[in-house]
Design a protein. Structure first.
Length: 200
């Protein structure tokens, strides 16, 4: 049973004018797809081929002989999660328990956005900014390259891809502008709330 590339949960043009169809075509159809192909090639005929993506990530993370497997498996997971964290006409504000928890944890939604943007903006090189649940508490973390917070026992609620391929066609070097746009106009808060409901 091979690992598969899930389709984007929206059309290529749905995130315009913020993220272009061209970016999504390259990012999903080329970058995300190649991580899936690489993972299948690297796990072919091995016991890992029949495990879940999460199991592959957790079993390969601290194994120097499986660095390629970890990188590709985590990138498959990270991208699928990132697509789901955005939607057409996204942004706005979270509601209900998630909104209360964000206010209790960060003081306000604006302060959350400020800290999330800071985390993504200061991740040197490639990586991700995340909102996670850690022992019942909300935390913002940043990770390099393919790294994923599930290997630290955290439950991801939200992520922004800060690899240059995520924003360069639309924002060039202006990563902070991309992150501000992500926070203001792209987040699918319903999806984030679903992750929070599962994590509690
Ligand atoms: Mn990416």
């Amino acid at each position: 049973m091979a690992f598969e590339l899930p389709p984007l949960p929206y059309d290529y043009k749905d995130l315009e004018p913020h993220i272009s169809a061209e970016t999504l075509q390259f990012h999903h159809d080329k970058h995300h797809a190649s991580y899936v192909t690489n993972l299948n090639n690297l796990t072919k005929d091995s016991p890992l081929a029949d495990k879940s993506l999460e199991e592959v990530i957790k079993e390969s993370v601290n194994d120097s002989a499986k660095t390629g497997i970890f990188n590709n498996a985590a990138q498959v997971w990270n991208h699928t999660f990132y697509w789901n964290c955005m939607k057409k006409d996204g942004g706005g504000s979270p509601t209900g328990e998630l909104a209360e928890k964000i206010n209790a944890s960060f003081g306000s939604l604006d302060e959350f956005k400020k800290q999330f943007k800071e985390a993504g903006g200061t991740q040197f090189g490639s990586g991700y900014a995340w909102l996670v649940v850690d022992n019942g508490n909300l935390k913002i973390v940043k990770t390099p390259n393919a790294a994923n917070p599930i290997t630290s026992g955290h439950t991801p609620l939200l992520t922004a891809d800060v690899w240059e391929h995520a924003y360069y066609l639309d924002f060039q070097n202006r990563r902070p502008d991309y992150l501000q746009t992500f926070l203001d106009s792209l987040i699918n808060w319903e999806y984030v709330a679903e992750q929070y409901a599962k994590a509690k």
